[in-house]
Design a protein around this ligand. Structure first.
Ligand code: EPZ
Length: 427
């Protein structure tokens, strides 16, 4: 079992590069199924969720070729299957994008119920609502979601909740479907816009992505493309918080500062200095950090995927902070681990009350999900003493080579394998 061992206390200093966005890449890769010409995708992050996506495509019959460490050429001409089995789908939430992509390709999809981080109830009713609006029938066949349509047609979709996954899936299913599809109450995250831009670069006609109404006029053919995934705003935010938590001075490079605004605004309120450049942000701390109130919300609100990291920063701030989780049912499971490190946090349902203690101490802890794991890394870097983090496979789902990147700015963090295991690569 691998673990991270962190000797805390070093101020992070220097420059760190951000990779491509996980939550964009895991949608763009299945989207290639909508096209029979080869597509080249650049700036793909080196994370296990991406490896799983690529492996599923390969198992479906696609040719997948790694051109560079972050660039893949994918050809789906040979894909005949429309079925993603349990063993592959259970490993990540984003396997649900194969539903929309396969349905859009062939009018047929069979995908096992998706896995992913345990954040409470994670229904897919809105995904099915969208597929049904386009004329597909759906059923749960022994844990496999089975979609079937004699002929898909454009339709009107109104989401009851703002959902990233269902918005992306609706676009995937509609893009080659005859007629006009209107998606209302759509999610507006940067990765929604990235998927629309990717599909449009293949000849799709999608307008309004990034607003709450998206219009998709179906086209009969999509051609090959070369496209670069947007930078990961959550990885960037994680590095920004790590810099602040250690009292450091770090240039976070390769970002789109506009995508970071909800994070930047909050961090400034806490007392962190942030300078914005064209494609980088400098994060540095001079004075004390102060309390804040945070409520997570869909974009452009404060992102839920930064909630555990910011809560960790607030344990180091003066005063009592309130953090409210507005997206997921259960996203405070990491709090017990932070308490082991000396944090004073009380949780009542979806609200955490954090009394800043100004310091944390190293301890053995476990990552219970991806962002919880990122929060523990930040806590470990800021703490006095040694922190050992177990279950780091959760972290590696979404952060590529995080220990190497953090070592590059002075973090004393290493991965220890017992017994030593080779990194498993899907391809
Ligand atoms: C995406 O999950 C991300 N995952 C999550 O990232 C992120 O936390 C989340 O969006 C919110 O930003 C991927 O992109 C792979 P949702 P998704 O559909 O699409 C409810 C991370 O750490 N809902 O926007 O699954 C749902 O229960 C992860 O990188 C329904 O009720 O999230 C939740 O309360 C974890 N019915 C809310 O909507 C549905 O059919 C938002 O979920 C779908 C969702």
């Amino acid at each position: 079992m691998d673990k991270f061992v962190i000797r805390g206390g070093n101020r992070l200093m220097g420059e760190i590069q951000v990779s491509g966005a996980k939550n964009a890449a895991v949608a763009l890769i299945p989207a290639v199924l909508l096209c029979d010409e080869p597509c080249v995708i650049e700036n793909v992050p080196d994370i296990s969720d991406v490896s799983i996506c690529l492996r599923i495509l390969y198992e479906l019959g696609a040719e997948v070729e790694m051109l560079k460490s972050d660039t893949y050429r994918i050809s789906c001409k040979g894909v005949r299957s429309f079925s993603v089995p349990y063993e592959s789908a259970k490993q990540m939430r984003a396997s649900y994008y194969f539903l929309g992509a396969l349905l859009g390709r062939t009018g047929r999809a069979r995908v096992s119920m998706p896995g992913g981080c345990p954040l409470g109830d994670r229904p897919i009713d809105q995904h099915l609502k969208a597929f049904n609006a386009l004329g597909a029938n759906s059923c749960n066949d022994h844990g496999m979601i089975d979609l079937h349509a004699d002929k898909l047609r454009g339709g009107q979709i109104y989401f009851d909740v703002v959902t990233v996954g269902a918005t992306m899936n609706a676009m995937l299913a509609a893009v080659k479907t005859e007629g006009l599809t209107i998606i209302e109450n759509a999610a507006k995250e940067p990765h929604i816009v990235d998927l629309a831009n990717f599909l449009n670069s293949m000849g799709a006609d999608i307008r309004g992505a990034g607003t709450d109404v998206i219009k998709v006029r179906g086209v009969s053919y999509l051609h090959g493309t070369t496209y670069s995934v947007i930078p990961d705003q959550i990885e960037a935010g994680t590095f920004m918080v790590a810099a602040a938590a250690t009292g450091g001075d770090v240039l976070v490079k390769g970002v789109i500062p506009k995508h970071l605004e909800p994070i930047t605004k909050k961090m400034r309120k806490i007392g962190v200095n942030i300078d914005e450049y064209d494609d980088a942000v400098r994060v540095w701390v001079e004075g004390p950090l102060v309390k804040a109130s945070i409520k997570t919300q869909p974009h452009p609100g404060f992102p839920t995927d930064m909630q555990p990291q910011m809560a960790t920063l607030l344990t180091l701030a003066e005063g009592t902070s309130i953090v409210t989780e507005g997206v997921w049912e259960q996203r405070f499971r990491y709090v017990d681990e932070l308490r082991r490190m000396g944090a004073d946090i009380a949780v009542n349902d979806k609200v955490a009350i954090i009394t800043g203690t100004g310091k944390l101490m190293g301890a053995p802890v476990k990552a219970c999900d991806l962002r919880a794991g990122a929060a523990l890394i930040i806590a470990g870097l800021a703490a006095h003493g040694v922190t050992e983090i177990e279950d780091i496979h959760h972290i590696e789902r979404g952060y590529g080579n995080i220990e190497t990147k953090l070592r590059g700015i002075g973090g004393d963090i290493c991965k220890v394998s017992t017994p030593p295991t080779a990194m498993k690569k899907a391809l």
